[in-house]
Design a protein around this ligand. Structure first.
Ligand code: SF4
Length: 510
């Protein structure tokens, strides 16, 4: 049974906007996760279009099969979506990786495509492996054992540089010489430190979808980026540093990207309610009968007019981020949201007939204690007295390129204990969803790890589990460099009692 004919062809037939091109330089743009997840990634879609716009370059997509083991048992080679050619039959095998926990999927993707995952075990007859995406900007080091090129920053800036080098290079080394030293290009075989991030000039924005499909996790939704970056100072947030300076697009620029046949538009932006044209664009689209999708909205900027536009756009639930369980911790994070703002948003959502309010929350923040959790429980009960509440709780994972880069991870036991208390006290009050504390611990290890963490992932990628991670990290002698740091509510994030830190820990600083 052909995997392409039975699985990929029906997906292909359901797409609008697919690009079919033949050219001497073949690029495979692989996504190390399922088709539906990859197709919901705006960055992935933009890079797909940009490679296909390059002279002499044809780009096709490949995804990790839903059941990789079953696919491998068929003995087939991983095909691309567009033509069904072998994914590894290309000059450039480019991958986009969003999350730390996709590290093992990156390795699996290379394996299932028929390539040796380790850079040192591939030869010049293999495609060049290039890895980009949000994870590479956050922490590229665990990817260094696998990638020939790591792209850091805005991909729009990189595609023309890499394409030109592919056209001109006479050999593999020649190709590396041509791109070496360019902003955002990290060649792990030649350099040990990440380069300056690539920042796309305004004229390459806005980013917008190429393909719309019902099989995306954002079904039938056309995505367009309202803004990149964020002007706010929230200290824990990687988006404001990773996406570079805040760049707002013009309302008309966004509207011009949207084809006539589109029925649903997702506005993408780190802080959409700060984007000056959200209301105008939203109103214009809803007047054309187009449904709207937005990510979370800052609770301090919600007003009835915005809520009405979103309701007219088909939104049934309002989403806001509290991010910290108490007022004092939100202040510590410079979040700028008060309990009052959250209560006001709940009120507006109820008054306008929204079915509920979804609130994102982090626990396990440095100075957090049981009183902060008590406050979370109390104000959730208050919110639930106004409208239906869904609480999405994630353990806090400190990230590089933020002032929290050396904060300790709160620990699986502490987080599980707090989650248990929240579940016990709010079980009948709010709908609760939480990220596993144990997997957050793995995310925390990868988020600040080096090549040795990449090699630990390599040792377990076919049988990943928490137990396998513990064993693999023990074997490489991993220890938590940050657990002795003690953040304090009286000190700004990133300041602790002085203590000795290793060169690795110092190297993680901004
Ligand atoms: S948390 Fe939101 S508002 Fe704050 S910096 Fe990040 S994107 Fe901006």
């Amino acid at each position: 049974m052909s995997y392409w004919r039975n699985t990929l062809k029906p997906l292909l037939d359901a797409e609008q906007g697919t690009l079919f091109k033949q050219a001497p330089i073949r690029v495979t743009l692989a996504f190390p996760n399922r088709y539906g997840v990859g197709m919901a990634s705006l960055g992935y879609q933009v890079i797909y279009r940009m490679f296909n716009q390059e002279e002499g370059v044809a780009c096709e997509r490949a995804f990790l099969p839903d059941d990789v083991d079953a696919f491998e048992r068929t003995g087939q080679t991983l095909p691309t979506v567009e033509s069904g050619r072998a994914a590894a039959d290309c000059q450039l095998f480019a991958m986009s990786v969003s999350f730390e926990l996709d590290l093992t999927n990156i390795i699996r993707m290379l394996d299932v495509a028929g390539m040796a995952p380790l850079r040192g075990e591939r030869s010049d007859s293999d495609p060049v492996v290039m890895i980009g995406g949000p994870l590479t900007s956050s922490n590229p080091y665990p990817l260094t054992p696998f990638a020939d090129i790591i792209v850091i920053g805005d991909g729009e800036q990189i595609v023309p540089v890499v394409s030109e080098a592919l056209r001109e290079a006479a050999s593999r080394e020649d190709f590396y010489d041509l791109i070496d030293g360019m902003p955002g290009i990290f060649l792990p075989a030649r350099h040990s430190h990440e380069p300056q991030w690539a920042t796309a000039p305004k004229e390459l924005l806005p980013a917008y979808s190429q393909i719309v499909t019902p099989h995306s996790e954002l079904s039938n939704m056309f995505l367009v980026e309202a803004q990149r970056g964020c002007p706010r100072p929230c200290t824990f947030c990687l988006a404001r540093t990773m996406y570079g300076p805040n760049r707002n697009n013009q309302a008309q620029e966004l509207l011009d990207t949207i084809p006539d046949w589109v029925t649903k538009v997702g506005l993408v932006g780190a802080a959409l309610s700060d984007f000056p044209h959200t209301k105008y664009v939203g109103k214009t689209l809803t007047e054309r009968g187009i449904k709207l999708g937005v990510s979370s909205i800052r609770a301090d900027t919600v007003d009835a007019e915005l809520a009405e536009i979103l309701k007219a756009g088909g939104l049934r639930t309002f989403t806001v981020a509290s991010d910290a369980p108490s007022e004092r911790l939100r202040r510590w994070l410079k979040k700028g949201i008060t309990t009052e703002d959250l209560l006001k948003t709940a009120q507006i959502s109820r008054d306008l007939g929204f079915k509920g309010l979804k609130v994102y929350m982090m626990i396990g923040l440095g100075p957090e204690n049981d009183d902060d959790i008590s406050e979370l429980i109390a104000f959730t009960k208050e919110l639930a007295g106004i409208n239906r509440i869904a609480l999405g709780i994630s353990p806090f994972v400190p990230k590089r390129h933020t002032p929290h880069f050396a904060d300790p991870f709160a620990g699986v036991q502490t987080i599980e204990k707090r989650l248990k208390r929240i579940q016990k006290e709010l079980r009948t009050t709010a709908e609760l969803r939480n990220v596993s504390a144990k997997w957050a611990w793995v995310e925390n290890v990868i988020a600040r790890g080096g090549p040795e963490v990449g090699m630990a992932a390599y040792s377990l990628y076919r049988n990943e589990s928490i137990g396998a991670w513990k064993k693999a990290l023990e074997e490489i002698g991993w220890h938590d460099e940050f657990e002795a740091n003690t953040p304090s509510i009286g000190l700004p994030p990133g300041q602790y009692e002085p203590r000795e830190v290793s060169a690795h820990a110092q190297g993680l600083a901004i």
